[in-house]
Design a protein around this ligand. Structure first.
Ligand SMILES: [Zn+2]
Ligand SMILES: [Zn+2]
Length: 110
């Protein structure tokens, strides 16, 4: 496995399934990478430039699914990704900026 700089290696979680998403190369640029949920029938995707979005043109599916959460970094306004959830704390959300790696806590631990 080639070593990849930590700043370039992110592991977004699907906000629906809380499972790690798989990388999909769009182009050779740094922003040309999207992440897809690997669960069947899940359209949740994430890219550094757009944040979370639903990877479908099907309006029926888009209307049926919850609106993708959008957390923006207070520092550089990049869309943040879901870094960590804790099953024992359903409201707990740890978000991270893919650009400056700043973290933000959402929800409560109770
Ligand atoms: Zn999913
Ligand atoms: Zn940032």
């Amino acid at each position: 496995m080639p070593a990849i700089a930590p700043a370039n290696r992110i592991h977004p979680l699907c906000y629906e399934h809380h499972s790690e998403m798989t990388v999909r190369e769009l182009s050779s640029s740094e922003n040309g990478v999207a992440y897809d949920c690997k669960e069947p029938h899940c359209f949740v995707s994430y890219s550094r430039s757009d944040g979370y979005f639903l990877n479908t043109q099907n309006q029926f599916i888009i209307k049926r699914c919850p609106i993708p959460p959008h957390q923006y970094c207070a520092h550089d306004r990049y869309p943040m990704y879901l870094l960590e959830v804790q099953p024992e704390h359903p409201n707990f959300r740890l978000w991270r900026c893919p650009h400056c790696s700043m973290s933000r806590l959402g929800g409560q631990l109770t």
